[in-house]
Design a protein around this ligand. Sequence first.
Ligand code: SF4
Length: 255
Amino acid sequence: MNLQRKRYLPPGLKLDILPQIPDNFWGAVFKSLYESWGDPYWWPGEDSWEVAVGAILTQNTAWTNVEKALENLTTNEIITADDIIKTDSVHLGQIIRSSGYYNSKAKKLKELAGWWNLFVTTGKIIDFSDDKLRSELLNIWGVGKETADSIACYAFGRPVFVVDAYTKRILVRLQGLDSNPAYDEIQKGVYDSLPRDSMLYNHLHGLLVILGKEHCKARITECLTCPLVATCTSGIMKQTDNKKTRRNENPGSTN
Ligand code: SF4
């Protein structure tokens, strides 16, 4: 593992289907964000193993806490799946303490490391279909849909779209929904709308993470500078409210 984390990109991935992206809802979201910000440079990691470790550590915590835990693993020379297996569970928990739920995450890392040595180190994973890989990942204790899909997409370059809390929040506001749609419903919506392409999903999730952090935050929304404001139900309402407020404050204004 490297303290200066760069983006890890599985071999052979490139974004070459831009011309094929349709003008539907998800196509328009992707194009607006990509035209504004380009490559989101996501996911941070030195190699596929570090991406998978990061996917476990980031459960229910901010990435800054994950960074500290990854740095601690490096400092303690716990680099590979074998190193995780050999490290005492309590000691491992202390090393990754900054990521929260550290005893549980230590156990999850050990489960992941055992799986890794069975299927990744041996090369068996190459023969797994995307569906088989997902079901194998979901069989690992402590790995849910978001974690499994993050590993499939960002560690192994499979065409799998990751849904997270940012995605749900953004979608609710874009479409003016009353409640959060289900994980599978959002994922199916993306699969039905966009070509099944690893790099496209890699970029789309990364761009939504940036949007959720920079503009579509939990409590405050920076709609006026958001690339999606022209087509966002919530953003359009906010713009209208702003205009009304300005008119009330400046009755003579025509704006
Ligand atoms: S316009 Fe506002 S509410 Fe809509 S996606 Fe952008 S930040 Fe979120």
